[in-house]
Design a protein around this ligand. Structure first.
Ligand SMILES: Cc1ncc(COP(=O)(O)O)c(C=O)c1O
Length: 384
């Protein structure tokens, strides 16, 4: 029989002590302990190892299939020998580059370690316990997680036919509402917010409510009716636009995004962020990527061409695909999305099951290179 170590033996009971909860665990605030973890797309290396594969294809995180802009790679290589220095904490050169590219004053920008960080800064700065933040459901999971992490209350408004229901969202705004999250194009559905609808919505927003419009995928939009929230932003406007270099610019691994908002709001966020929240390599890469608009154009052209290919090929398999304005789309696979996700993994194709988003029979697929998309179609043929 295995001996019980002395420190775990309860002499009175003559048996092993019941393990006690460590003190720090008992003190975790309930709103933190109950947070759901964010589950990212599986990394390629993990899938290759788990399934003994050589060449897995990742179509799960809406990344740029062409990689980063060569301008950005070159800039990072040049900057590597200076990484013993702290970055410019204000990110001045990048903010100036954004300011001149978007024709907006520099003091209305804030940089983040990915646009994720700006979502977190906004909630920390402007939401307190029991304040409410209205958001579509499903949506990018970080809205809910960050709102709950400051003990504020997410108010979910279901999508209507995969579209954000602005009217229903407006109806859910009450005296305790401080923030609204919108996503244009919407993740995970790929639907968009029409300009006119947004203008009507904005006109009815009570003063004191901040409207965050996350436009991580705006570069891919084809529909001319789609909102560009920068056109509604201004010193007097409650609109905050979030953008990122992670998607069409191909810099997801470097973590760099930005927000545009009234200058006084940006000043508040600047006070609470970490002093060096964006790193020097990300800053130079983003500046270089802004000087390479041809790369974004090439990416967008590829994604549009491949979307057309995928819609035809997947439609031919008898599956329903949903229209998208982004570089990903939903497929109704009419069976368990989790089970299909596993079967596709075994084929070396990583997609996203939408079960966690409330669609147990949908998967979300990011557009890849042509050969990767062909791999997906072939794998779907075998698996569905
Ligand atoms: C809608 C949406 N917003 C924000 C992000 C986060 O982007 P970043 O890499 O800039 O943090 C993502 C990433 O998947 C996203 O899908």
């Amino acid at each position: 029989m295995k001996e019980i170590p002395a420190d775990r033996f309860d002499e009175k009971k003559g048996a092993q002590k019941t393990p006690s909860t460590p003190g720090w665990k008992a003190r975790i605030p309930a709103h933190i302990a109950s947070l759901p973890p964010y589950v990212p797309g599986k990394p390629i290396e993990t899938v290759e190892k788990e399934y003994g594969l050589l060449r897995a294809v990742k179509l799960a995180s809406n990344e740029n299939p062409l990689g980063p802009s060569p301008f950005a790679v070159n800039a990072v290589q040049q900057a590597l020998s200076s990484v013993h220095r702290y970055p410019d904490g204000s990110g001045k050169a990048l903010i100036d580059a954004l300011s001149s590219a978007l024709h907006l004053p520099a003091d209305r920008f804030i940089l983040g370690n990915g646009s994720d960080e700006i979502i977190a800064l906004l909630t920390r700065a402007f939401l307190g316990p029991n304040d409410r933040a209205v958001m579509p459901k499903p949506a990018f999971l970080m809205y809910e997680i960050t709102v709950r992490s400051v003990n504020a209350v997410p108010v979910d408004v279901p999508l209507k036919d995969l579209n954000v229901d602005l009217e229903a969202m407006r109806d859910r705004i009450d005296a305790d509402t401080r923030m609204v999250f919108l996503n244009n194009p919407h993740n995970p559905t790929g639907s968009f917010i029409p300009k006119r609808e947004f203008e009507r919505f904005l006109a009815r927003i009570p003063s004191g409510v901040i409207v965050v419009v996350d436009e991580a995928y705006i570069e891919y939009v084809r529909d001319p009716d789609c909102l560009d929230s920068l056109n509604c932003a201004g010193e007097e406007s409650p609109v905050v636009t979030l953008r990122t270099f992670s998607k069409a610019y191909g810099l997801a691994g470097l973590r760099i995004g930005y927000g545009v908002m009234p200058s006084e709001m940006a000043a508040i966020l600047n006070r609470i962020r970490a002093p060096f929240n964006t790193n020097s390599l990300a800053q130079v890469a983003a500046i270089a990527a802004l000087k390479d608009p041809g790369f974004v154009e090439k990416t967008v052209t590829l994604v549009h061409r491949e979307l057309d290919f995928l819609f035809r090929a997947i439609g031919d398999l008898g599956l329903t695909v949903f229209p998208t304005q982004a570089n990903y789309f939903l497929i109704d696979v009419r069976q368990s999305a989790d089970a299909l996700f596993q079967r596709l993994l075994a084929e070396g194709v990583i997609v996203r099951s939408m079960t966690a988003y409330g669609y147990p029979e949908y998967i979300r697929v990011s557009v890849g290179l042509h050969e990767e998309n062909v791999r997906l179609v072939e794998a779907l043929k075998r698996c569905v």
